[in-house]
Design a binder for this molecule. Structure first.
Ligand code: NAD
Length: 296
């Protein structure tokens, strides 16, 4: 079993860290929010006073932070963990960030002889709790083999996408697809309801027809249709609109840099940015349903 530091215990990081504890690892945790730390310590992790303290003398450091600036701040610019950790410590960043940001941190790690992978995840809070996440790893083949056993304690499908940053590219493509399909699904349910259909009946029909998708299967966006999803809990928890808007912005940046055309992704980015600007940034992203239905 390994000694693991886990930094960032939010909607995703909290349950991921708990699964590492359950797998028998010795887990030391840190988050800026004390309540987030307490909930993981209650499951058997140890609390550290800072990220620096957490990362000392560990086999692995795992981070699950919101965006580029937090990850670069943790490893390079602020806390400077790359200068604190053991040379044998392996770094796993599971945050969704820009590929170039991931490559920057990875290059800084390489200069110091430290192995690092970007390992963003898919599967949502439900997957994080159940330990069934997909990990999409960017890094060397050697680093991939080192991190695989740790990731298997938190996930079911562990993919090697390619070199440093490749995990983030694949994740950005996946989340652009997710943003498009969630916006499209809420639009279709909104149309059906406004034309007299029961959202549960329509969802059942579409999930067994050619409109079937992940949102209809496990993350229905209409309140009351599915138990245990954010839509049935006031759109609390889950994956925040602000984070989806960030990911679609990452897709947009990648498209500009590669001169790719992403008309649907650009539309989804604008919809989620507008939804956030209307005061919904802290709600789960399935709350985009509110744009197409009178829910309040
Ligand atoms: P979150 O906002 O719930 O959690 C982030 C946590 O990081 C917070 O608890 C915050 O206090 C902590 N934090 C921020 N800066 C810190 C620092 N310097 N040191 C220590 N802790 C710090 O976000 P989340 O939903 O858990 O998402 C985390 C990442 O995972 C994001 O990049 C997101 O895009 C990605 N992601 C989220 C989901 C989802 O369904 N929520 C799914 C896949 C990927």
């Amino acid at each position: 079993m390994s000694r693991i530091a886990f930094i960032g215990l939010g909607n995703m990081g909290g349950p991921m860290a708990i699964n590492l504890v359950k797998a028998g690892h010795e887990v030391t945790v840190f988050d800026l929010v004390p309540a987030a730390v307490e909930s993981v310590v209650a499951e058997g992790a140890s609390a550290a006073a800072s990220a620096e303290d957490a990362a000392k003398d560990k086999d692995f450091v795992v981070s699950m932070l919101p965006a580029n600036k937090h990850v670069e701040g943790l490893y390079v610019d602020g806390a400077g963990l790359l200068d604190i950790v053991d040379k044998n410590t392996v770094i796993i960043d599971s945050s969704t960030i820009a590929p170039e940001s991931a490559r920057r941190v990875s290059e800084e790690a390489e200069k110091r002889g430290i192995a690092m992978v970007d390992a963003p995840v898919s599967g949502g809070v439900g997957g994080a709790k159940a330990g069934t996440l997909s990990f999409i790893v960017g890094g060397t083949a050697e680093a991939f083999e080192l991190v695989k056993p740790v990731l298997e304690a938190m996930g079911k499908n562990i993919f090697h996408a390619g070199d440093a940053g490749a995990g983030q590219v694949a994740k950005i493509c996946n989340n652009m697809m997710l943003g498009i399909l969630m916006a499209g699904t809420t639009e279709a349910i909104g149309l059906g309801v406004k034309n007299g259909l029961d959202p549960a009946v329509l969802s059942d029909i579409m999930s067994k027809s050619s409109g079937n998708n992940w949102a209809l299967q496990v993350y229905n966006p209409y309140p009351g249709v599915m138990d245990g999803v954010p839509a049935s809990n006031g759109y609390q928890g889950g994956f925040m609109v602000d984070l989806m808007a960030k990911d679609l912005g990452l897709a947009f940046d990648a498209a500009v840099k590669s001169q790719s055309s992403i008309p649907m992704g650009a539309m989804a980015r604008n919809l989620f940015a507008l939804h956030a600007a209307n005061g919904n940034g802290g709600l789960d992203f399935s709350s985009i349903q509110k744009m197409f239905s009178d829910l309040d």
